[in-house]
Design a protein around this ligand. Sequence first.
Ligand SMILES: CC(C)(COP(=O)(O)OP(=O)(O)OC[C@H]1O[C@@H](n2cnc3c(N)ncnc32)[C@H](O)[C@@H]1OP(=O)(O)O)[C@@H](O)C(=O)NCCC(=O)NCCS
Length: 201
Amino acid sequence: MTDCVLIRPSTDDDVPAMLDIYRSHVHRGVDDLLGPEEEPFEVEDLKKRRKNMKKRRLPHLVAEIGGQVVGYAYAVPFRKRPAYRYTVKHSIYIHGGYLHAGIGRLLLPALIEACAAAGYLQMIGYIDATNQPSLRLHEACGFSRVGLLPSVGFKYGHWTDSVMMQRPLGPGDSAPPRPWEGTAPSPAPDSPPLSPAADPA
Ligand SMILES: CC(C)(COP(=O)(O)OP(=O)(O)OC[C@H]1O[C@@H](n2cnc3c(N)ncnc32)[C@H](O)[C@@H]1OP(=O)(O)O)[C@@H](O)C(=O)NCCC(=O)NCCS
């Protein structure tokens, strides 16, 4: 199945499909932030978020099979304060009908590559401690477990722990960072373009 997966930057046209994927996971109780009682995002919220991220050169990718969006992944700033400007945190969601088919193993490395190409140096994910598929995926993609946050969530009637996972990007902390140029760190001069096409939205 993974032969026919196309990974590309998301567009506004992908937003309804991304929301469907997101909502299906919220209802199955896997999302780290929302419980069933909370309102998930609406189309306009997600479009606004995409636009904002594009301006800041934060990657927002989809996986597509035969014209259907089957997954998406994106990175946001780890923290707003300037000291943390080289670090992103991310999320990834695969369509319920395409789980455990290797799509995460394509999409997450593409997101890692795009974040590195944009000049970010560390990447962090918070993963529900019971979410074995996500823990496995992240380990397979070079993330290490760097912390356990006990009882930070409450959903479906009980407290939940989060595992914090981290991996360096590009040179990581092996050298001082490149100069800060405003909304995002400048990419390395030889960094590859975000494949395969620029976001037409
Ligand atoms: C976590 C998620 C992104 C994984 O994506 P996926 O496309 O299903 O994963 P893949 O098929 O690429 O497999 C990735 C790894 O996870 C393992 N895995 C996938 N599904 C699994 C399952 N149900 N049980 C155990 N391991 C599983 C695979 O074996 C693989 O590990 P390996 O490379 O060591 O063999 C997907 O399950 C998902 O979208 N879940 C709901 C949303 C979510 O939890 N997002 C992450 C929030 S941090």
